[in-house]
Design a protein around this ligand. Structure first.
Ligand SMILES: NC(=O)C1=CN([C@@H]2O[C@H](COP(=O)(O)OP(=O)(O)OC[C@H]3O[C@@H](n4cnc5c(N)ncnc54)[C@H](O)[C@@H]3O)[C@@H](O)[C@H]2O)C=CC1
Ligand SMILES: O=C(O)C(=O)COP(=O)(O)O
Length: 611
C-alpha cells in the first residue's frame, strides 16, 4: 500500500469553493486508469461528475472537498452533496468506497463507519472501470495499476500509506538476503523431494561482507541498520539522500559505479522511475564484482530481467532473491523464476499481519479524511498547504476564484487567453506567503466559465498547461498590516480584446483588483477605475458620463424588473467626465432590463458578469 517514491512531500487539499455549472466528465474518460502500467499503489477519489450547483449546499466556510466527488442524477443520489465536510453537516448519502484488493479488517471498520464499502476483488480491468465511475474513492494495493498522471488530470486526489509497511519490507529484504546466502529455499525444496544434499547447499557468510543499499530511503535505511547488526560493511547509493543521515548509521554514500563495483551483496530499495527503469542491465551487471548476490524487494522494473538471467548464467551474479517482478505474477515459464540460483517470493514485502493492520488503518483514515475535505498528510499529487496557512488564506481563496471568473468574462469572446499575471500586494516577505492555493483558484475561476473542465488544486496547473494558459505571479511588498497575509490581488490578462473597454488598464491589459474586507471579497478596481463592491451574487459594470441621477436611473430599471441591488459603488477618474458604476445584483436582470440600461444615453458601455 505504501508508495514507492521517496520522502513524499506532505500535501493537502484542492478546493472547490464554487459549484461548477459545467457538464460532467464522461466516465469513459477514466478508463485509461486501469490499463496503465505504473505500479504506484494508491487510493483514488474518482468521479464521473463534478459538483453540481443544485445539489451543493453553498458553504461560507472553507471546508470544501479536495477530491472530485460524484453527484449523480439517478434518484438515489440526486441529492448527494458534493462534499462531506463536517461544516456542511452529515452527507445526504454515504460515499461509496471501492476496495479492490484485500485490506485489513480494522481499516475496513474505519471505512464502514463513514461510508458504504464495497470489497470487490479480482475484477477485470473492464469491470473495475465501469465500477469506479459509481464510486467516490478507490483503494488499491500493488496489484491494481492506476496512473498517477491520469488521476491528476481528472483532479482526483491520490493518497498513500507510505510508512506503515517500511519495517515489514526491510525485514523481508533481510530474510531474503540470509535465505539466499544459505540456500534455504533450495535446500527446503530438495529435502522435501526426498534428498539430503549437505554438500550442494554450502552457503556464504554475511559477516564482514559489503552490502550496497541502492536507494537509502525508508526501507533502504532500515535494511542498512539491520545489516550493520549482522556485522556487514554497508555502503549506499542514493543521489538524493543526505550524507549525514547515512553517516549517522555508519553508512558511506558512494557513487552508483562504486556501489555496484565493490559490493558482495546488492539490495535494491529505489523507486521505479524513468531514471531507475532497467538500471540493472547488461552494462551495469558487467561492472559488478563477479559472484555478487542481489536482493530486490523494490520494484521488478528496475532490473532488466533478461540481462539478469544472462548474468546468472555467466556467473557474474551468483544468486538473486526477488520479491518483485516486471510483470506480476511473472509468467509460469519465466527463466528467471525457474533459475536454480534464484529465490523468489510473490511480492510479500509488506505482507506481515502487523504491517497489514497498520497499513489498512493508515489508508482508511487518509481516505476518510480526504472525503471529508480535510488536509491529507499523504497526498502525492497535490501541493501541501499546512492547516494554519489554509485557515489564514481561506477568505482569499473565494476572492481569487471570483477575480478569475470576473476577469475572464471581460475578455471579448472569452477565449484565446494565453497569459495571465497575478499581482499580490502584501506586507509579508515574499517567502512568507504561499500562493499556490490562490493561483489554483484563479486558474479555476478563469478556466471553468469557458470550458467543460473541472478544476481543483490537484489539476489546476495541469489544466492550465494543457490549455496553453501561462499564469505568472508577482509579489509586491506594501506597507500594510502584516497580520493580514494579503492586501490585494490583481488579475491581469494581456493580449486580448475586452468586451468592456474600461476594464483595460493603462498598460493595455484587462485588469481587476480585489481585497478582502470584513471577511468578504470585494472588487476594488476595474481597469484604471477604483470601485468598491462586495463580490456576492452577480455584477453589472457600467461606464457612464459622471453626472447626477445615474444611480437612480439604473436602480429604477432594476427595481421595475424585480432585481435586488445588494451593493453599488461609483468610481471616477475625472470629475464630471467618466465614471464606473459597479452594481451588485442578486438576480440576473432579464434582457429587457439590460436593454433599458443600455438605452440610457449617458451610459457608454456596460457588462453583466456572473460570479
Ligand atoms: N516488496 C514490497 O512489498 C514493498 C516494496 N516497496 C518498494 O521499496 C522501494 C522503496 O520504498 P521506500 O523506502 O518506502 O521509498 P522511499 O521513497 O522512502 O525511498 C526511496 C529512495 O530511493 C532513492 N532514489 C531515487 N532515485 C534513485 C536512484 N536513481 N538511485 C538510487 N536511489 C534513488 C530516493 O532518494 C529515496 O531515498 C519502493 O520501490 C517501494 O515501492 C516498499 C514497501 C513494500
Ligand atoms: O508498498 C509497496 O510499495 C508495496 O509494494 C506493497 O504492496 P502490497 O500492498 O503488498 O500489494
Amino acid at each position: 500500500m505504501a508508495s514507492s517514491s521517496s520522502l513524499k512531500p506532505i500535501f493537502s487539499s484542492p478546493l472547490t469553493s464554487s459549484p461548477s455549472p459545467h457538464s460532467p466528465q464522461k466516465p469513459s474518460s477514466l478508463l485509461s486508469f486501469l490499463h496503465s502500467t505504473t505500479s504506484t499503489p494508491i487510493s483514488l477519489k474518482l468521479s464521473s461528475n463534478p459538483p453540481h450547483s443544485n445539489s451543493h449546499p453553498r458553504s461560507k466556510s472553507f471546508a470544501v472537498t479536495n477530491v472530485v466527488l460524484k453527484t449523480d442524477t439517478s434518484p438515489e443520489t440526486t441529492s448527494a452533496p458534493s462534499n462531506y465536510s463536517q461544516d456542511l453537516g452529515p452527507p445526504l448519502t454515504k460515499p461509496t468506497i471501492l476496495v479492490s484488493e484485500k485490506l485489513g479488517e480494522k481499516g475496513l471498520e474505519v471505512l464502514r463507519e463513514f461510508g458504504h464499502v464495497e470489497c470487490l476483488y479480482d475484477l477485470s480491468p473492464d469491470q473495475l472501470c465501469s465500477k469506479i465511475s459509481l464510486c467516490d474513492a478507490l483503494i488499491v494495493r500493488s496489484g491494481t495499476k492506476v496512473t498517477r498522471q491520469a488521476a491528476t488530470e481528472f483532479g482526483c486526489l491520490v493518497v498513500n500509506a507510505p510508512t506503515a509497511n517500511t519495517v515489514a519490507a526491510a525485514e523481508h529484504g533481510i530474510a531474503l538476503l540470509a535465505a539466499m546466502a544459505r540456500n534455504v529455499a533450495q535446500a527446503d525444496a530438495s529435502i522435501k523431494a526426498g534428498k539430503w544434499q549437505r554438500n550442494k547447499y554450502v552457503g556464504v557468510s554475511l559477516v564482514g561482507k559489503t552490502l550496497a543499499v541502492m536507494g537509502f530511503g525508508k526501507v533502504g535505511s532500515e535494511v542498512a541498520r539491520r545489516a550493520k547488526g549482522l556485522g556487514m560493511n554497508v555502503i549506499a547509493h542514493d543521489p538524493y539522500a543526505p550524507a549525514d543521515r547515512a553517516r549517522a548509521l555508519g553508512v558511506d554514500l558512494v557513487s552508483f559505479d562504486q556501489a555496484i563495483g565493490t559490493a558482495d551483496f546488492i539490495s535494491l530499495h529505489m523507486p521505479l522511475t524513468p531514471a531507475t527503469s532497467k538500471v540493472f542491465n547488461d552494462e551495469t551487471f558487467a561492472k559488478m564484482k563477479k559472484g555478487v548476490r542481489i536482493v530486490n524487494v523494490a520494484r521488478g522494473g528496475v532490473i532488466d530481467e533478461d540481462a539478469l538471467v544472462k548474468a546468472l548464467d555467466s556467473g557474474i551474479v551468483a544468486q538473486a532473491a526477488l520479491d518483485v517482478f516486471t510483470k506480476e505474477p511473472p509468467p509460469k515459464d519465466s527463466r528467471l523464476v525457474q533459475h536454480e540460483n534464484v529465490t523468489v517470493t510473490p511480492h510479500l514485502g509488506a505482507s506481515t499481519k502487523e504491517a497489514q493492520a497498520c497499513v489498512a488503518i493508515e489508508i482508511a483514515e487518509a481516505v476518510v479524511g480526504a472525503l471529508k475535505g480535510e488536509l491529507s498528510a499523504t497526498a502525492v499529487n497535490a501541493p501541501m498547504v499546512p492547516p494554519e496557512v489554509l485557515s489564514e488564506l481561506s477568505p482569499y481563496v473565494e476572492l481569487a476564484e471570483k477575480l478569475g471568473r470576473l476577469a475572464v468574462q471581460l475578455v471579448a469572446g472569452g477565449s484565446g487567453i494565453k497569459s495571465v499575471k497575478v499581482v499580490y500586494k502584501s506586507a509579508r516577505d515574499p517567502d512568507d506567503l504561499d500562493t499556490r492555493l490562490l493561483r489554483a483558484m484563479i486558474t479555476k475561476g478563469i478556466i471553468e466559465p469557458i470550458s467543460s473542465s473541472f478544476v481543483n488544486l490537484v489539476n489546476a496547473d495541469f489544466t492550465a498547461k494543457e490549455k496553453g494558459l501561462r499564469i505568472s505571479e508577482e509579489r509586491i511588498v506594501v506597507d500594510s498590516s502584516p497580520e493580514l497575509p494579503i492586501d490585494s490581488i490583481q488579475v491581469q490578462i494581456s493580449n486580448v480584446e475586452s468586451k468592456f473597454a474600461s476594464g483595460i488598464s493603462d498598460n493595455g491589459d484587462i485588469s481587476i483588483e480585489g481585497k478582502v474586507k470584513y471577511g468578504t471579497p470585494h472588487l476594488t478596481s476595474v481597469g484604471s477605475f477604483d470601485v468598491d463592491v462586495s463580490l456576492e451574487g452577480n455584477l453589472i459594470l457600467c461606464r457612464q458620463v459622471d453626472q447626477p441621477g445615474m444611480i437612480g436611473q439604473v436602480g429604477n430599471i432594476l427595481g421595475e424588473h424585480n432585481v435586488n441591488v445588494s451593493f453599488m459603488s461609483v468610481g471616477r477618474t475625472v470629475l464630471r467626465k467618466k465614471a464606473i458604476m459597479a452594481i451588485g445584483v442578486d438576480e440576473k436582470p432579464d434582457k429587457e432590463a439590460l436593454k433599458k440600461i443600455g438605452e440610457i444615453s449617458a451610459i457608454e458601455e456596460f457588462v453583466f458578469l456572473k460570479l
